[in-house]
Structures are given as C-alpha cells and as structure tokens.
Design a protein around this ligand. Structure first.
Ligand code: MG
Length: 374
C-alpha cells in the first residue's frame, strides 16, 4: 500500500502578526512547516510528502525545505487540497495535514493508518473539556462532541471523488466531503501535540509542548607558542612577542569552545569537521568553525544558552582583553555577553604553560535542545 502525505501550507497566516507567513515563521529554531514535514517524512508508513504552498511563497519554501516537493495551492483550502490530491499521483491512501499543526506524533499517524484498514477515512479527535456556550448565553451540551485535528487519512480514490463531487459551501475539513459522499470516517484518538498554532502566543506554547533538555559539554585545546606568529585568542588579535602555531589561525580558545559546542550535540570534534590535513584551513579564521558548530545546534532546533572559557597561560595577561573576547564570541554565537564567561589562570610556572611553551584552554558550552520525540 502506497501512502502519500499532503501538507497544506498555502495560507497567508496573517493572524500570527509576524513578518513571515506563520508556516515559515521560526518555531524552536526552524520554520514551523519543517517540523511536520520531518515527522511525516520519517514515518515508515508514509512513502512521499507533498507540500501545497502559495505561489508567492516559492522562495520561502525552497529556503525552508530544500529539495522537498511542492505544488502551488488555490484560492481556498479546498482548492489547495484538490491541487495536492492531483499531484499525489498513483497511491492508495493520503494523509492531509495542515502546516499550522507542527507536531504529528508517531502514535497518531499509526492510529490513522491502521483505521484505513476498515474505513474510508479517519480523523484524530480530542474530547471537548471546556463548557460551551452559544452567543445568546445558553449552554451547549458538550456530550458526544469532539475537536477534530489533522492529519486526516483517506483512501485516495475516495477523497478525490469527494472533492470532485462537492458543490456545497466551503467545507471546514476533508472528512466532511467524504461523509457527504457516503464514506465512513473513523474517529481515532488525537494528541495535544497537534494543537493548532494560530495566534502569536501559540508559538511559545508549541515550543513548550516539545519538551526541552539541557546539555553541557566540554572542550580542551593546546597550541604551541612560537616566534613570528600572530596571537589570536577568542577571535581577538592580541599584541604579544610570540603567537600560536598550528591548525588554522591556532586560536586555542575558539577551538576549545568549538569542541564544547560540538560536544553538546555529540557531533564529533573540530578535527572531524575541519581536518588539519585539509590545506583550505591553513591560516583560516577560527570564528567560522565556531559559527558552523553553532549552526549545527540551530539546525537541531537547539539554542546555546551559556559558554565558559578558561584560558591557561603565564602571558599575555588576559584581563585587559576579556571584554573584547566576550564581545567577539557574542557576535559569533549571536548570544548576549552576559551568557559568555571568559576566565584566565596560570599554572604557577609549572608545566608547558608555566614555561611559556604554549597556551591551553578549557571550555564548556550549555545548550537547550527540543526533545522532539514525536
Ligand atoms: Mg586547536
């Protein structure tokens, strides 16, 4: 059985009030649309995902989901879904989802797919728990009422016929059209993770639903002090009789920090991303390594919340350069300086740092990362 998922992302999304249409607005570090796209793509029962976008959003879409398949929607949601159904090609079943619900869970997707064994369609629902009241103030009994979410799953042929046959007012969902054609639509248990993001405050609520973990990792690096080298420390050129030699510009502080950041996402070390054997990194500015590590964190929806450095040397004195280093790291990490700690110590003239043969740095980075176990 071949199953295609459609994500309807053609809305103007103006109610959230941001500069971007809400489906492209950032949610926990990535465009909202990218969350449901990832969840649907990863599900083993879903073979293909097609996104229905507004014609004016082509560029935003290419940037949000490079390589993903898109079809341009119509003037209404129904018209957009119809375009998506036409683009779904030859398949047995389809899941129709709204980009405004960023977190389809594996459990809900499993239930929807299973329900298609015995029904023409299936929709996820949650019970109504609030008291309902009509405009005239009379209470509306909520017994037997449910709130309907998406994705909605259908036999593809059935929902295509339902769309073709529909002649009524604009329907609020696809299940309504399938029922109008006499199709059976099963109700399966929905999930609060699938709540819709409509208003500006809903973004923070959606991020909170993800659940966050805090991770801290450390990094350590040493470079040799030599004559005739520049001394780069923490992205700042420091006047000194000697400088550091080695990989790139040998900025021992940024290297240790880069390793700490990579450590938080368990993604190797600076050497595995930027091999010292690769001539393109000779003399390279180390800020780009730290930026790259930070971007890898962002790509996972994470955010760096704090970094701490201890620079270990007899000379130069770090104190006079501390604020410049903090400011440079703040710039590289797009982080405020009160989240950047730069410390220095000597080793009481003991060991290689004590003899002035080299400089060592130890670093720690703390990030928060969405658990995203959907
Ligand atoms: Mg190094």
């Amino acid at each position: 059985m071949k199953t295609v998922a459609l994500i309807v992302a053609a809305g103007k999304g103006e109610r959230t009030g941001g500069a971007l249409p809400k489906q492209f607005a950032p949610l926990a570090g990535k465009p909202m649309l990218a969350w449901s796209y990832a969840a649907l793509s990863a599900h083993p029962a879903i073979d293909d995902v097609v996104v229905v976008i507004g014609a004016e959003h082509e560029q935003l879409f290419r940037k949000a989901l490079p390589g993903a398949r898109a079809v341009v929607g119509g003037a209404t949601r129904r018209a957009s879904v119809a375009n998506g159904l036409a683009a779904a090609g030859a398949a047995d079943a389809v899941l129709i989802h709204d980009a405004a619900r960023p977190f389809p869970t594996v459990a809900v997707l499993d239930r929807l797919v299973a329900a298609l064994n015995t029904a023409d369609g299936a929709v996820p629902v949650l019970p109504v728990t609030d008291t309902l009241v009509a405009a005239d103030g009379t209470n509306v009994p909520r017994d037997g009422l449910s709130r309907v979410q998406t994705p909605q799953a259908f036999q593809l042929d059935m929902v295509r016929r339902a769309h073709a046959a529909w002649s009524g007012e604009e329907p609020t969902d696809d299940a309504q059209m399938v029922r109008a054609l006499g199709g059976s639509v099963a109700l399966v248990q929905g999930d609060p993770m699938l709540e819709k993001v409509t208003w500006p405050g809903d973004f923070a609520a959606a991020e909170a639903r993800l659940g966050w973990e805090t991770r801290t990792a450390t990094g350590y690096d040493v470079h040799r002090l030599e004559d005739g080298e520049e001394l780069w420390l923490g992205g700042v050129l420091i006047p000194h009789a000697q400088g550091l030699s080695g990989h790139s510009d040998a900025d021992v502080a940024l290297h240790a920090l880069t390793d700490a950041v990579l450590g938080t996402i368990a993604d190797g070390d600076i050497g595995s991303h930027f091999p010292p054997s690769d001539p393109q990194w000779r003399g390279a500015e180390s800020g780009q390594f730290l930026r790259h590590a930070a971007e890898l964190v962002t790509a996972k929806g994470g955010e760096i919340t704090f970094v701490d450095l201890t620079i270990i040397c007899e000379a130069p004195k770090i104190g006079p350069h501390r604020e410049a280093i903090r400011a440079r790291i703040a710039e590289l990490l797009r982080l405020s300086t009160d989240r950047i700690s730069v410390k220095a110590t000597t080793t009481e003239r003991l060991g290689f740092t004590g003899r002035g043969e080299g400089i060592a740095t130890q670093a720690a980075a703390t990030i928060r990362l969405p658990m995203a176990q959907l």
